[in-house]
Design a protein around this ligand. Structure first.
Ligand SMILES: NC(=O)c1ccc[n+]([C@@H]2O[C@H](COP(=O)([O-])OP(=O)(O)OC[C@H]3O[C@@H](n4cnc5c(N)ncnc54)[C@H](O)[C@@H]3O)[C@@H](O)[C@H]2O)c1
Length: 234
């Protein structure tokens, strides 16, 4: 029987994965993690698609970026597929995250217990405020941002989160890059300039809420239109 549902072996360079598929791969990974925890060894496309809340063709297309073309009836080996998605997402690497800005957001992120199981270890939390420096957040102690370069070196951080006010974000972003960090997630509401070799992602909840509001408004408008059509019998 064909095993073409199995993804490409480890070490294979994956094709460029479109952002929407990339986002869904993280959902499959979480679903596979739950199946693994339940002792499930194999899963069909349909079952995995249902667990991840997508349709099977979309799942098969997404997994095809890993070299899997989905032959019906064979099923995926849960732990193997989980490893392959982790490898494609770069999660087999040990990500060590430094959080710059230990305010509301920084502390909440540093205290979140769910990162470890997803391959991210928060190794440092930094701030400029003397009242905040030295505070304990979980097992971390807030370090002074003036020592950022040394902290990055000592903790071997290779990823950073910026949870600082907008007006200091660029300067801190530059210092992180000079310290050797090339993957940065920024919450600061400002456009940051980074060189080509640096991966910068921005989280903007206000934009997400605006998009949500737009969809809610459209859904409401089409519901009103449908009711009006029903009333008129058209
Ligand atoms: N993207 C989003 O969805 C989203 C949501 C909430 C907040 N934010 C943004 O995230 C950032 C943090 O929000 P917050 O609510 O935690 O704010 P906060 O004021 O509670 O925390 C900011 C922290 O940054 C520290 N700080 C200031 N200057 C610094 C510097 N030069 N070096 C190091 N630390 C410095 C402050 O001392 C403070 O502890 C803000 O820019 C905010 O606008 C974004």
């Amino acid at each position: 029987m064909s095993t073409s549902e199995e993804p490409a072996p480890a070490g294979v360079v994956h094709r460029h994965i479109p952002p929407a598929s990339l986002a869904r791969l993280t959902i499959y990974l979480r679903a596979l993690g739950a199946l693994l925890a339940d002792g499930v060894e194999r899963v069909s496309s349909d079952e995995l698609a249902e667990a991840a809340g997508v349709n099977s063709p979309k799942l098969r297309k997404d997994l095809s970026y890993l070299g899997s073309y989905g032959t019906r009836g064979v099923g995926y080996e849960v732990s193997y597929l989980s490893d392959q998605i982790s490898a494609a997402l770069g999660l087999t690497r040990n990500w060590r995250v430094a959080i710059v800005g230990a305010g509301h957001l920084g502390k909440a992120l540093a205290g979140y217990p769910g990162f470890g199981s997803r391959g991210f270890e928060v190794v440092a939390l930094l701030d400029a405020d003397q009242m905040v420096i030295g505070q304990e957040v979980g097992w971390l102690r807030v370090s002074p941002v003036k020592d950022l370069e040394g902290v990055v070196q000592r903790t071997r951080a290779n990823m950073a989160v910026l949870s600082v006010p907008a007006d200091v974000a660029q300067e801190l972003c530059d210092r992180l890059i000079e310290s050797g960090i090339t993957s940065i997630l920024s919450f600061a509401p400002v456009v940051l300039q980074v060189p080509d070799h640096v991966q910068l992602r921005k989280v903007d909840m206000a934009t997400e809420l605006q998009i949500l509001a737009y969809h809610a408004q459209r859904a409401q408008a089409s519901e009103i239109a449908a009711k009006a059509r029903a009333r008129l019998g058209t």
